[in-house]
Design a protein around this ligand. Sequence first.
Ligand code: BEZ
Ligand code: FE
Length: 304
Amino acid sequence: MTELNQQQLLDIVNTKHTAPGDARVRQLTARIVSDLFKTIDELDVSPDEFWKAVDWLNRLAQGGQVGLITAGLGFDRLLDIRMDEADQKAGRAAGTPRAIEGPLFVAGAPSFKVEARLDAGEPKGEVFVMEGQVLDTDGQPVAHAQMDVWHANEVGGYSHFFPGMQPYELRRHIETDAKGNYRFRSFLPPGYAIPPNSPTAELFTALGRHGNRPAHIHFLVVAPGLRTLTTQVNIPGDTYIDDDFAFATRDGLIIEIEKNVAPAGYESLGISEPFTRSRFNFVLQQALNDSEASPAARMARVTA
Ligand code: BEZ
Ligand code: FE
């Protein structure tokens, strides 16, 4: 058996197969393996460094934290930037800007028509109502649009990921009325921070970076014939608004906040005292094909 040099090993790894397999997976794997071989060689990665990284990856995956790292290293925003660039080129840069979904969406939230309360019991912060319409890019209301809305609790934790929270706490599904109207009551959430003493925190400490996100609320808006919108809105005034560890804040998504709004008309949301409100319309583009209107993976998660 002949001894292999680095290049010979790489060539064999990248070309070896006894069945056709999946051409795209083979192409991507070959590229990633080639880049990593190069990194190991050029940066003289030691076996200890390599196996430490493998241990870290195992712990990261066991903790379900891969999605924190993809966001923190810019990959989620990169996908959005690439879609924005493609939209620009195609002359379809219209509507509410997209923003990363993040790894903390959970499908199947309790469903309500037109209005919902995300909070329960005593207010955990400033009583907040967000309301508006879902519109198309001609300004026409979108009847019966389906909206998922979710945000963090008073200490920045998300239900299903943060201990002690109820299933679907601070997560709701709202169907707009015939005029595209929606509204919900909750409280203004604080920002999010990566879990301390976690594999994610280990990397960010080693990089000398913080792992904070500014206060935000997530949305996934779906309607027949329109392009699914995944976005987030940001609450103005947060320290991290221009320094999001996930690089997801965008100018068109910082909401305006009105304080001391009179409670009349908001009784059905249990409001009897002045409260904080934001009005925000979500504008969806026309879908060019079925998959834009109901992207398989997204829809499966919305309806799961
Ligand atoms: C979030 O939306 O809260 C989030 C996004 C990316 C990574 C971690 C959290
Ligand atoms: Fe979030």
